[in-house]
Design a protein around this ligand. Structure first.
Ligand SMILES: Cc1cc2nc3c(=O)[nH]c(=O)nc-3n(C[C@H](O)[C@H](O)[C@H](O)COP(=O)(O)OP(=O)(O)OC[C@H]3O[C@@H](n4cnc5c(N)ncnc54)[C@H](O)[C@@H]3O)c2cc1C
Ligand code: SF4
Ligand code: SF4
Length: 377
């Protein structure tokens, strides 16, 4: 991977509108800031190479390199990435209760990891109104306060960089697939730092199809539901095609078409729906509201899941084959769309280094782009 500097990051990602506000470039230096969901470079910096460019998931991502780093060899292009087990899951009785987005699997696993000393801090995302805010959490009893998803892009990884600056050495990170990609890029030690030590002991990825621009979402809701406090946002499974905004007194259905323009441009080039570089990945269970789909990928993830279930923090069941099939189809569609666009715009295996270049072997590329909507259509 070729690392460039902050000026290149500014030109390639911020100016082109591809930034997804993940927070990976924040708190590495005084120059990049995040404010109300937007990332900005507030002073210029002349460095030729920087961690900001190296960690950004919207510069260059070499899927084969990440796959090899995870001990998996060449990238397969399989819809869900590599995994060991898939479960239906929800928080067990021993977990602290919260206003979970779905089954509370994420909060239960992070709480259990803190409780058992597997991690020394958790990198989570809270909200002020609808504006997502990164948080570094060290007490088990605080974890449930961060339950729920906003569906708005969050600078979560700013809290990871803050944790590194504060000396935490075994952090657990919860984030979207692009954030898990940024963490994987950090773990490649792309700047060949001799003193590098991996500060991340656990990664919990969230499924993600797209994220909304936080400021745009706030403005939209203020217009649509003036003066009302939105307590929760839900997106029911297809074919509903709606978003449900819950206030204290009622639940309002909004057609997804009405908010389509608020989806971040960078999401259109994102091939990963299920956070393939995480230890475990968690999403809604479409057929069963109140439960999660839990994809266990690594040995660390398998051990955590088994121990959390044995300790009553988690309940798990085998996921029915129909659920697995739906998930695979949705993940394959996301890959096909993203790679279709990336091929069309010359971003796949390009000679040039540039914004959102994806590198991948020919066999996986063929697999991911075949079918409706792909580059071969
Ligand atoms: C932008 C976005 C898009 C998503 N799209 C899908 C989808 O298409 N399909 C699907 O099945 N699931 C999707 N999810 C995941 C889903 O909303 C739930 O987070 C997941 O099912 C876990 O549920 P839970 O009850 O275990 O989580 P909880 O126990 O309630 O915990 C939720 C966790 O999410 C973290 N979080 C909250 N907001 C954000 C954010 N903006 N960015 C990063 N982390 C955050 C918090 O730190 C918290 O730990 C999406 C989530 C986000 C943030
Ligand atoms: S995508 Fe993330 S790392 Fe890249 S510029 Fe935006 S906030 Fe920074
Ligand atoms: S669609 Fe991809 S780029 Fe957009 S927020 Fe989700 S994981 Fe990040």
């Amino acid at each position: 991977m070729q690392v460039l500097g902050p000026g290149d990051l500014h030109r390639e990602v911020l100016e082109t509108g591809l930034c997804v506000g993940c927070g990976a470039c924040i708190h590495l230096c005084p120059y990049f800031h995040t404010w109300q969901g937007k990332t900005a470079m507030v002073f210029s910096c002349n460095r030729q190479k920087g961690r900001c460019h190296a960690f950004c998931p919207k510069t260059e991502v070499d899927l084969d390199a990440l796959s090899r780093l995870a001990g998996l060899g060449e990238y397969s292009g399989d819809p869900l990435g590599a995994y060991q087990q898939i479960f239906a899951a929800r928080a067990g009785d021993a977990a602290v209760r919260g206003d979970f987005q779905d089954g509370g699997t994420v909060s239960a696993l992070i709480g259990y990891a803190l409780e058992t000393g597997r991690i020394d801090a958790a990198v989570l995302t809270g909200k002020k109104g609808l504006m997502p805010e990164p948080a570094l959490v060290t007490r088990v009893r605080d974890v449930a306060g961060y339950a729920g998803s906003g569906y708005a892009a969050a600078p979560t990884l700013a809290a990871l960089n803050q944790g590194v600056n504060q000396g935490y050495q075994q952090m657990g990170v919860v984030g979207t697939p692009c954030q898990m990609t940024a963490v994987a890029l950090m773990r490649e030690n792309p700047m060949a730092d001799e003193n590098f030590s991996d500060p991340v002991a656990l990664t919990i990825g969230l499924f993600c199809t797209w994220a909304l621009d936080a400021r745009g979402l706030m403005a939209f809701m203020e217009k649509r539901l003036p003066g009302e406090e939105i307590r929760k946002i839900r997106i029911p499974p297809p074919p509903a095609e709606i978003l449900v905004a819950e206030t204290r007194n009622h639940a309002v259905e909004i057609a997804l078409d009405e908010i389509r323009d608020l989806v971040l441009q960078g999401c259109g080039l994102c091939p990963d729906m299920t956070a393939e570089w995480a230890d475990v990945s968690v999403g809604a269970m479409e057929q069963n509201p109140g439960y999660n789909t839990l994809v266990v990928r690594t040995e660390k993830g398998r051990q955590l899941t088994a121990d959390a279930a044995a300790a009553g923090y988690l309940e798990v069941w085998d996921l029915p084959q129909s659920g697995r099939g739906c998930l695979e189809r949705a993940a394959a569609v996301k890959k096909r769309r993203a790679f279709g666009r990336a091929v069309e715009t010359g971003r796949v295996n390009s000679e040039k280094i540039g914004p959102a270049v994806l590198r991948v072997n020919a066999r996986a590329l063929e697999k991911m782009t075949a079918g409706p909507g792909g580059a071969h259509e």
